[in-house]
Design a protein around this ligand. Structure first.
Ligand code: PLP
Length: 189
C-alpha cells in the first residue's frame, strides 16, 4: 500500500480513498502519509458521481479502493470509480488482498494498479511482511501529472554519466586500451 502511493504522491499531494478499507490502511493513510505531507481525502463508496468529482483537487494523484473491505465485507464498485479516476487522469489503485486474484481480476473492471498484502497469504500474522504492486500497463503516465515517473532529472543525468564513465574505465582496463569518455544518449551536458 505504502509504496504504491509513495511512487505517485509527493509531499503536498493528495489522493482519494474509499472509507471502507482495512484498518491498517486507514492508519497508514491518516497518520503515516499525513506526516509525510500527503493528504488522504475519504469518500463514501456510495457517494454520487458529483460528490466524487467534487472530492478531486488539482493535487489529487490517485484513487484507492478495496475490492472486498476487510472487515466491513462491503464490495467496491471498481468500474464506476475507474471511470471517474480516468476522467480526472489519475490511476485507480485496488487492494485486492481479500478477494484474491483467483476470485477477482480488477484489471478487467478498469483498475490501473492492484496491490496485494503477501503478509496475509504467507502466514497472516506478520511473522514476515511483504506486498506486491501490479501495474496494468494501461495507464498513461505521460499525461503531465506524473513528471517524477516520466521526466529525467539532473540527478539521474549525473548518476548515468558517472555510471557510464565508470563502465568505460573498467572496459578500458580490461581491454588495456586508453580510457576515453563517451557520451550516452541523455547524458550530455
Ligand atoms: C485487505 C488488506 N490489505 C492490507 C493488509 C495489511 O497488509 P500488510 O500487513 O502486509 O501491510 C491487510 C491485513 O490484514 C488486509 O486485510
Amino acid at each position: 500500500m505504502l509504496l504504491s502511493l509513495l511512487n505517485i504522491c509527493n509531499a503536498g499531494d493528495s489522493f482519494i480513498s474509499i472509507m471502507n478499507i482495512y484498518g491498517g490502511s486507514v492508519n497508514l493513510f491518516s497518520h503515516t502519509l499525513r506526516r509525510l505531507g500527503i493528504e488522504c481525502i475519504y469518500i463514501d463508496k456510495n457517494a454520487s458521481d458529483e460528490e466524487i468529482d467534487a472530492a478531486f483537487q488539482s493535487n489529487t494523484k490517485a484513487v484507492f479502493g478495496e475490492t472486498i473491505a476487510n472487515l466491513a465485507l462491503t464490495v467496491f464498485d471498481i468500474e464506476r470509480f475507474a471511470a471517474t479516476a480516468d476522467k480526472h487522469k489519475v490511476p485507480l489503485i485496488i487492494d485486492n488482498t481479500f478477494a484474491t486474484p483467483i476470485l477477482c481480476k480488477p484489471f478487467e473492471f478498469g483498475a490501473d494498479i492492484i496491490v496485494y498484502s503477501t503478509s496475509n497469504y504467507m502466514d497472516g500474522h506478520a511473522v514476515q511482511v511483504g506486498g506486491v504492486i501490479v501495474d496494468s500497463g494501461n495507464f498513461d503516465w505521460t499525461n503531465g501529472k506524473f513528471p517524477d515517473l516520466t521526466e529525467q532529472d539532473d540527478k539521474d543525468k549525473a548518476a548515468m554519466k558517472e555510471f557510464a564513465t565508470k563502465c568505460c574505465q573498467l572496459l578500458s582496463i580490461r581491454s588495456l586500451k586508453n580510457y576515453k569518455e563517451i557520451s550516452l544518449p541523455g547524458t550530455q551536458g
